[in-house]
Structures are given as structure tokens and as C-alpha cells.
Design a protein around this ligand. Structure first.
Ligand code: RTP
Ligand code: MG
Length: 140
């Protein structure tokens, strides 16, 4: 049996506006992953910049923060064996056309890199940091 992992998933403002909350959660559940936390929340610029701190020097950082804070997101802690890689597989590559393949969330619903619908932690270290940031009261 593989060790259970947790990963931080966001349904970004475009995903909420597009009405795919149910679709994304359904895909997570169909994969066999479970939900350990779920909240609809409009994020502050402070939390958003901490969340995406690794991109602080990138040219798209300003527009990324503007986008992520532009409306409510759904934040989830998703759990299961290899949950981090499993959700990245469900999401597909960052660019919804060039990288994500059909059958993935981004490949099925996205057109532009910035508006790629979902976020998923990319490593155990990122997952621990992001879960602590979004759900400080959660014991994991
Ligand atoms: P995420 O962190 O949101 O799960 O996405 P990711 O790992 O697949 O991609 P990452 O390189 O971490 O980029 C974070 C988010 O920034 C936006 N982005 N825009 N305009 C651009 O060239 C560009 N590149 C990245 C996307 O929203 C991406 O998901
Ligand atoms: Mg990333």
C-alpha cells in the first residue's frame, strides 16, 4: 500500500465562473481521491503572493495575482495514495492547448495558460507549505 498524501487544489476564479466546480470535484472523486477540506474563498493579495512566491520575479506575476484575487476560488485539500501526482495528472500540463491533453481538466476546458482553471501542489514540500497557508487549522 502506498502512503497517503495530501495536496492543495484550487479551482481558480475562471473555473468558478465557468461553472466547473462540480465537474472538477467529480473527477477528483472518480479518480478515488477524497476531500479533507473544502472552502469557497476570495483570496487576499498577501495570501496569493505567498502562494505563488516562487514566481515573484516572473513577468506574469502581477497579472497572475490580479487574476487569482479577481473572484472566489474553491480551495481543497485532496487526499489519497500519490495524491500530488494524481491530481497533476487530472489537471494536465500548464498550457491548456500546447501541454494539456484532452481528457484532462485543462485540456478539456482551457484555452490560455493564465486561465487554466485549477492549481495543484507540485511536490510534498509545496503541498505542506500550501496546506499550511490555506488551511492553518488543519492538522496533517
Ligand atoms: P499551478 O501552480 O497554478 O498549479 O500551475 P502549474 O504548476 O502548472 O504552472 P506554474 O509554472 O506553477 O505557473 C503558475 C500559474 O501561473 C500562470 N502562468 N502564466 N502567462 C504565462 O506565461 C504564465 N505562465 C504561468 C498559470 O495560471 C499557471 O498555472
Ligand atoms: Mg505551479
Amino acid at each position: 500500500m502506498l502512503v497517503t498524501e495530501q495536496t492543495l487544489v484550487l479551482i481558480k476564479p475562471d473555473g468558478v465562473q465557468r461553472g466547473v466546480i462540480g465537474e472538477v470535484i467529480s473527477r477528483i472523486e472518480r479518480k478515488g481521491l477524497t476531500l479533507a477540506a473544502l472552502e469557497l474563498r476570495t483570496v487576499t493579495t498577501e495570501i496569493a503572493s505567498e502562494h505563488y512566491a516562487e514566481h515573484a520575479e516572473r513577468p506574469f506575476f502581477g497579472s497572475l495575482l490580479e487574476f487569482i484575487t479577481s473572484g472566489p476560488v474553491v480551495a481543497l485539500v485532496v487526499e489519497g495514495p500519490r495524491a500530488i501526482a494524481a491530481f497533476r495528472q487530472l489537471a494536465g500540463g500548464t498550457d491548456p492547448v500546447e501541454k494539456a491533453t484532452p481528457g484532462t481538466i485543462r485540456g478539456d476546458f482551457g484555452l490560455e495558460t493564465q486561465f487554466n482553471l485549477v492549481h495543484g501542489s507540485d511536490s510534498p514540500e509545496s503541498a505542506a507549505r500550501e496546506i499550511g497557508l490555506w488551511f492553518p487549522s488543519l492538522n496533517s
